[in-house]
Ligand binder design. Structure first.
Ligand SMILES: Nc1ncnc2c1ncn2[C@@H]1O[C@H](COP(=O)(O)OP(=O)(O)OP(=O)(O)O)[C@@H](O)[C@H]1O
Ligand SMILES: [Mg+2]
Length: 294
């Protein structure tokens, strides 16, 4: 079908540093060793395309890591507030949110709700943050600064971003060690990856040399359609081992869980939908271990 022409060039994982010693931020936290606290590993979920399962993946990976006793903070950087809603909170009736953290330098602690996971909440105000930040010095580093205060308290910080490559997403990418890119297994979803990679290159050059794609996550996968299978093949041809082995299949469970204000792991703990994100958590944990021992 000529779909391979969608992606102009193969993109591969960033070169691992030759020196085996990794930054402490990059190491896998081990909750039971009694070692001194390590700083959280920060992962952003980004794709400027809307509706590819960024929010769903942020919450459910967080729930899966929590099940393994890791301390996880989710940060809702999307003015739509979908992540906040999916924990049963109403973004319209929230007094203080990430807007105040980013723009008024309120400590992030004061907007963290302790729900199924810890969550720094969003409200509709956040829509004004891009404009408010745009004239501020250090506008790209507001989130990085805010997170520094809580990085010792968590093993993982997972950031949900809006479907754009504006200042909120840039803040997330600057604050992150890694990026997970959820991609819907469809023709049109693949092209946007090149644009995201260009933005990441720009951020690496100017703001955060260490941020790298941890993996591309095929979502809403329907094995029955040739189209979905082809889309995954193209992903693997172009991105190789950067594509997670886990396939998040299409199922209504993921839409049902947020209505109850929970992750799918809590909503349907023994279902396949929950297991898919447990598999992803294993890949994330194993990948980090592999890097540690590289
Ligand atoms: N694997 C899946 N199968 C079926 N539906 C899914 C799946 N994952 C997510 N959904 C549903 O698809 C919709 C979009 O998902 P989600 O909100 O996570 O995407 P998003 O990338 O965060 O969107 P936005 O760009 O608007 O923030 C939601 O209704 C969600 O419940
Ligand atoms: Mg979302």
């Amino acid at each position: 079908m000529g779909l391979t022409r969608l992606l102009s060039r193969p993109l591969t994982r960033e070169q691992e540093p030759e020196d085996a010693t990794q930054e402490s931020e990059d190491q896998t936290p081990t909750p039971e060793t009694g070692e001194p606290p390590r700083l959280a590993t920060v992962i952003a979920f980004a794709n400027q395309k809307g509706g590819v399962a960024k929010t769903t993946s942020t919450l459910n990976l967080a729930a899966a890591l929590s099940e393994e006793d890791y301390r996880v903070l989710c940060v809702d950087m999307d003015p739509q507030g979908n992540l906040t809603m999916s924990q049963g909170l109403n973004p319209d009736s929230i007094d203080r949110s990430m807007f105040d953290v980013l723009v008024h330098r309120l400590p992030i602690d004061s907007v963290i709700e302790h729900k199924e996971v810890d969550l720094a909440v969003s409200s509709i105000d956040l829509a004004g943050a891009e404009l408010a930040l745009s004239s501020m010095i250090g506008r790209e580093r507001a989130l990085e600064k805010a997170l520094a205060a809580v990085k010792e308290n968590y093993d993982y910080i997972l950031i949900d971003t809006p479907p754009s490559l504006g200042l909120l997403t840039i803040n997330a990418l600057v604050a992150s060690d890694h990026v997970i890119v959820p991609v819907q297994c469809e023709y049109l979803s693949l092209r946007g990856l090149v644009q995201l990679e260009n933005t990441l290159s720009m951020i690496r050059e100017n703001l955060n040399p260490d941020v790298a794609i941890m993996g591309i996550l095929p979502t809403m996968f329907d094995r029955r359609t040739l189209h979905a299978r082809e889309a995954v093949e193209i992903l693997e041809e172009n991105f190789g081992d950067l594509v997670f082995k886990t396939r998040i299949k299409k199922t209504i469970r993921y839409a049902e869980a947020p209505v109850k204000g929970t992750s799918v792991l809590k909503y349907d703990p023994t279902g396949k939908a929950a297991d898919a994100y447990r598999d992803l958590a294993k890949e994330v944990l194993n990948g980090a271990k592999a890097r540690q021992h590289a």
